[in-house]
Design a protein around this ligand. Structure first.
Ligand code: GLA
Length: 415
């Protein structure tokens, strides 16, 4: 049977879901519950939940610089089955890491441990609830299954964090809003897992809305939903399959470079973040930054923020072409000035730009591997996936994966 590249991308997703889209998640729920019973004995008291992944359309590395971001939640994400226990024991199982088996901890004296592997994310959130005055009173059995490609940069960790918060809120009746769940997720990632991430991922996931991107001002968390009506086009994610390693430390390094540039500018300017500057103001003041590398880092933060505002304006004016051009410019800046792309992301995006029907393409997320996001006209999706996939494999030596994604809602409990 001939399967087009387009169908292949959709099949790949369906396969990951282990469920036919038409059945609306019912089969998924049954599969998860039956796995839960197999691992933990029965399903008494177990509830099923979902939290999405996210993709950022524009506004990269601006969220820790007081700038704007424009992400959206996806219909793929993390499913969780959870129930309370009578004791203080935590038992975790992931269908994505079956080789790790059941990982056990206690709700008392939570601390990050290497052997705890992925469970450091949910553990961090349970710890963060305690830090915020909401001590979790009992243990839990938790089973997870994520259909976000692993390590893709579509925020599987933030998805697990928001999912855990949502589970705690529901199981123990904590009075906490979705926005607070985002902040708790970020707090736990910063202080328990040691990654100085901004608020974008957790916010996009906790506050997601179907068919909308979120225009968020990270300076004060004010936001508005912007409908994404891609008439005649699709959002295509390209996964580089590059294993990330040093990514997190480089991430923290970029953040430190921006902080230092800010403090150099503050010698003469009364600003509290790079996001407060226009391009012109930055040009007039950049001589205050002593190092050429830091000038480029700060320039990216300032210009990317301005680009994000222009992109949302373009979308409001139905000017999708301009939106695409700004996406392309964002990638150039992330590659040349911020230097977080690398040969894999650059190869994929440069191949994307050459294809017919591409409205815009850029890396998305932290960078250093991970994914690209492209807006591609429906008729050209097939050739896009085929041609970009070929060029990528020829140059990089291994294959890329492509996913056609849809914009979905924030976390939910499956009834
Ligand atoms: C990661 C972080 C976010 C954000 C992006 C880059 O995804 O978790 O807070 O900084 O990188 O835009």
């Amino acid at each position: 049977m001939y399967i087009s590249a387009h169908q292949k991308a959709e099949l790949l997703l369906t396969d990951l879901l282990h469920v036919c889209k038409k059945e609306g998640g019912k089969e998924m729920k049954e599969k998860l519950l039956s796995k839960f019973a197999e691992i933990f004995g029965d399903t008494d008291g177990a509830q099923v939940y979902f939290a999405p992944g996210r993709v950022n359309l524009i506004g990269e590395h601006t969220d820790y610089n007081g700038g704007h971001v424009f992400p959206c939640a996806l219909t793929i994400g993390t499913y969780g089955v959870a129930r309370k226990r009578e004791d203080h024991v935590l038992r975790f199982y992931s269908m994505n890491f079956e080789n790790l088996g059941v990982l056990t901890s206690s709700i008392d004296d939570l601390k990050p441990e290497k052997e705890a592997d992925w469970t450091n994310y949910p553990k961090g959130v349970i710890w963060a609830f305690g830090e915020k005055g909401m001590t979790v009173p009992a243990g839990m059995d938790i089973l997870l299954f994520g259909n976000i490609p692993n390590g893709s940069g579509l925020s599987s960790s933030a998805s697990v964090e928001v999912l855990t918060g949502y589970i705690l809120k529901d199981l123990f009746g904590f009075n906490v809003t979705n926005q607070e769940l985002a902040l708790i997720g970020q707090y736990s990632e910063n202080n328990f897992n040691g990654v100085n991430c901004g608020i974008m991922d957790q916010f996009a996931i906790a506050m997601g809305k179907k068919d909308c991107a979120i225009f968020l001002d990270t300076a004060d968390l004010s936001y508005e939903y912007a409908p994404i009506r891609l008439e005649g086009a699709k959002l295509v994610i390209g996964c580089t399959n590059k294993k990330r390693g040093l990514g997190d430390s480089k991430y923290n390094e970029r953040r430190a470079e921006c902080e230092m540039a800010l403090s150099e500018l503050q010698k003469e300017l009364s600003i509290s973040s790079l996001g407060e500057l226009t391009e012109e103001e930055f040009e007039a003041a950049k001589h205050l930054i002593a190092d050429e590398v830091r000038v480029r880092r700060a320039k990216h933060a300032v210009c990317e923020n301005q680009r994000t505002m222009k992109a949302v304006e373009a979308l409001k004016n139905n000017d999708i072409k301009l939106f695409g051009k700004l996406m392309n410019a964002s990638h150039v800046s992330l590659s040349k000035d911020y230097e977080v792309t690398g040969i894999e992301l650059d190869t994929m995006v440069e191949a994307a730009w050459k294809q017919e029907g591409v409205i815009g393409a850029r890396m998305t997320g932290a960078g250093f591997g991970g994914c690209t996001v492209s807006i591609v006209e429906n008729d050209c999706v097939d050739s896009f996936i085929r041609n970009v996939g070929k060029e990528y494999e020829d140059k990089i030596g291994y294959t890329a994966d492509f996913y056609i994604v849809e914009i979905g809602d924030g976390p939910s409990k499956l009834s």
